[in-house]
Structure formats: C-alpha cells, structure tokens
Ligand binder design. Sequence first.
Ligand SMILES: Nc1ncnc2c1ncn2[C@@H]1O[C@H](COP(=O)(O)OP(=O)(O)OP(=O)(O)O)[C@@H](O)[C@H]1O
Ligand SMILES: [Mg+2]
Length: 327
Amino acid sequence: MSTEPLLEVQDLVKHYQSGGWLSGTRQTTYAVNGVSFSINAGETLALVGESGSGKTTVGRTILRLQEPTSGSARFLGTDLFDMPRSALRKLRRRMQIIFQDPYSTLDPRMTVGSSVAEGLEIHRIVPRADITSRVHALLEEVGLDPDDAKKYPHEFSGGQRQRIGIARALAVEPHFLVCDEPVSALDVSVQAQILNLLLDLQRDRGLTYLFIAHDLAVVRHIAHRTIVMYLGYIVEEGTTDLLLTTPRHPYTQALLSAVPDSEAAQVADRIILPGDPPSPSAIPHGCPFASRCFHPEKDQRCRSERPVLRTLGQSQVACHYATEEEA
Ligand SMILES: Nc1ncnc2c1ncn2[C@@H]1O[C@H](COP(=O)(O)OP(=O)(O)OP(=O)(O)O)[C@@H](O)[C@H]1O
Ligand SMILES: [Mg+2]
C-alpha cells in the first residue's frame, strides 16, 4: 500500500431538488453535506451508516454518475468535477462500480461472456481475436468456470452473480472500485467468500476500494480505514481497528453495539437508538445526531451548534462532548 493518495475528495456536497416552485412542492434533499477524505493507492476505505446517510450518493458523484452540487475530487492528479464529460469517458475505465444486486445491471438476454466482453470491446482493451480468451481468464480470476461464459445470468446464484459483476468491472483494468454494498444481499457464508475474493484481487492487482456498507461487521476484515456517516455528514473517521475497539462518537458506539462478538457488544448492552433519523430534507441546525443521542452531556449546544470533525487521539470525531477516555 502506498501513501500517495489516489483519490482526494474535498467538501463534497450533493443536494437533490425535487418538486416545483409553482406547485409549492419544491423540496431540497441534503444528501451529502461537505464530505472530505482521501484514499491511498491499494487501500480500502469503508463508508458506513444507516439507510439514507448519503453513502451511495458519495460513491456515485465521485464517479460522476451523478453531478455534484459542489466540492472537488482529484483522481490521479486530475480534477474529476472540472472535466468535460468527453474527457471523463477515458478515465471511466480506471474507476468502476460494483453493486449490491448485479442482477439489475446484467442484461438477462446477454450471455455472461458477452456481458464481461462489453467493456473490453468499448475500451479496446485487447485485440478482437483475444476477447474470448480474456473473458475466460477473467471468469477464472473471480472463481468461475470459463464455460460459464455461455450461460445467462438467471442460471447463477447470488454469490456467483456478484462474481460476474466483479469480472465485468475488472475487464477494463480499473485502479479504483466503488463497492456499493456488494455483499449485503448475500448469505453470511457467501459474504465471506466474496470479501475474500475482493481481498485477493486487491493484493494481486493493487486495487483501491471505496467500500460501502450498512454496518461495521462487514467492513472489519476488509477496510483499512472507516468513515461513519450520518445524514450526509462524517461523524467519525479512523482506522477500522480503532473504530471497532474505541468508538468515540455515540453513533459509532451504537453501530458497534450491534456487531456480534465485538468488544463493545460484550461490555455494553445493545444500544437501540430511539426513533428514526431526521429527514435529509429538514436537517436540524445543531448536531445532526442530537435527536437520537444518548450522551449524558447532551445539551442545548448540541441542538444549536453543529460539531466539526476534530482530532481525538488517532480518530476524527464530530461531537462536542466525545472524550478520549470513553470507549
Ligand atoms: N436521485 C435522487 N433524487 C432525489 N433524492 C435522492 C436521489 N438519490 C438519493 N436521494 C436521497 O438522498 C439521500 C441519501 O441517499 P443515498 O442513496 O445516498 O443513501 P445511502 O446511505 O446509500 O442509503 P442506503 O443504505 O439505503 O443505500 C436519501 O434521502 C435519498 O432519498
Ligand atoms: Mg446506498
């Protein structure tokens, strides 16, 4: 793993507008509210947080599958948000995404071989005569049989389909993969196989991952560092080991208490957060987490002043009252 950032994201903001002024239904969804991070080449950075916290939006705007509202993202020294779409096409090859449900992106009428070959053809990765052998090699690399190239997506299990999705992404020789909940829909035993495959591919190909997940259990064996998001804000960031052993933010503590056989789950009862997160269309003024926070010192300041990320030991934490002593 190098210490050179492959990707540097600064103050990423994405707000979605919906409805109309005339009908009086105009609404803004504050999906991502100033998120900054960098990922070194060969590293895995995890984004975790519950549904609606803005994880997918971060991944998709970085790849410019959605246009950012503001911010910058430098990839291999180029500003992705400043690039015309035509120039972006070339860079696309280096940045791929894999999804929770590869079935939705695999054309059911296309053989697996044709699906995997698509990127090879579009980006002219190998001469035409070599496409079949390259497809077979890719299928083998992800643990499938070269003969599977002739089959259709419905003939495979969920785990196998995820392998096909990975082969398709790898075909264009990316450096960077956004993995958007790639194992969330799979049985636990199959999850481990796919995570191991991703680890092997990272080792063999020097890949860099932005790995999106709901909970900390999934990322503990794969992510070097983890960012915890809540309502479009980063609430805590640190090495995954540190977050798993000494979470500083109350929200991270709650997430961790739900991880089976984690230290936190052993020492404390499971923290069940009251209520739902506020709507991302009406984010509170102060700390976004204040309405569900159980920190004993929670007070008026939490309701009125938004905490910024500050360094606490080896972590970054956005909480007015988090201290180093707490675990
Ligand atoms: N295309 C869109 N148009 C309008 N609002 C959107 C759009 N995509 C996402 N949102 C809203 O932005 C917020 C963040 O969504 P996002 O999908 O990024 O969250 P997430 O953390 O990936 O959630 P999940 O865990 O459910 O996948 C949500 O309130 C969502 O409804
Ligand atoms: Mg998502």
